[in-house]
Design a protein around this ligand. Structure first.
Ligand SMILES: CC(C)(COP(=O)(O)OP(=O)(O)OC[C@H]1O[C@@H](n2cnc3c(N)ncnc32)[C@H](O)[C@@H]1OP(=O)(O)O)[C@@H](O)C(=O)NCCC(=O)NCCS
Length: 178
């Protein structure tokens, strides 16, 4: 199922045939440097793919989606929207991961912008966040480029993170459960 399109990208539900491409993405140490909890093995990747095949099981409108380069029809990343509870508050994170072969072409920003607009306009979310490692400058830049600002530091079982956030229309809305 297609979720959204941008000029150069198409985002759709993950499918079983994406397994090798998704695993290849996770095998790249540069890809997982700031995402240490990403699947490590083919079996873990298969498990994650099955989990997200119809969207997030508890929030089917959210999930990690295959990110396809329209010009070549190639799988070049996995991006999406993920639900979290942080400090007792329901939050939705814009997640992005683009294959190294396609870095530096504005595709991470383009995917994140498309997902932000989809979250606000199609899903009616009032607030979106990014959880980012302190040292992940590329991700911080993408978050800033889609209008997010640093809000606070936090820590979970994986380690410390920076929380960036953007409100729909720049309002001070407090978010809404989906
Ligand atoms: C984050 C990521 C998606 C960015 O993808 P991308 O397609 O290269 O990003 P863009 O081309 O849209 O670049 C976005 C901005 O980041 C900047 N940038 C990219 N890499 C950078 C780096 N290593 N250090 C500093 N800035 C960087 C770019 O210059 C650009 O800013 P500018 O327009 O002001 O020049 C990609 O690096 C990635 O997949 N990383 C691994 C997974 C990951 O860490 N995801 C985020 C988890 S929170």
């Amino acid at each position: 199922m297609i979720i959204l399109e941008t000029d150069r990208l198409l985002l759709r539900h993950l499918e079983p045939d994406d397994l090798d491409d998704l695993f290849a993405l996770y095998c790249d140490p540069d890809m997982r440097r700031y995402i240490p909890d990403a699947p490590r093995t083919l079996a873990e990747t298969r498990e994650q793919l099955a989990w997200f095949e119809n969207g997030h099981p508890r929030h089917p409108e959210l999930g990690l989606w295959a990110t396809i380069h329209k010009e070549t029809n190639r799988f070049i990343g996995r991006c999406g929207l993920l639900p979290w509870t942080i400090d007792g508050r329901f939050e939705v994170e814009v997640a992005y991961m683009i294959a190294k072969t396609h870095w530096g072409q504005g595709l991470g920003t383009e995917a994140a912008q498309g997902i932000r607009d989809y979250g606000f306009e199609s899903l009616g979310l009032a607030r979106l966040i990014c959880l980012i490692d302190h040292d992940n400058q590329a991700s911080i830049r993408v978050a800033e480029k889609i209008g997010m600002a640093f809000e606070k530091e936090g820590r979970d079982e994986i380690g410390p993170f920076l929380l960036y956030a953007v409100q729909k229309n720049g309002s001070l809305a407090t978010g809404r459960n989906v």
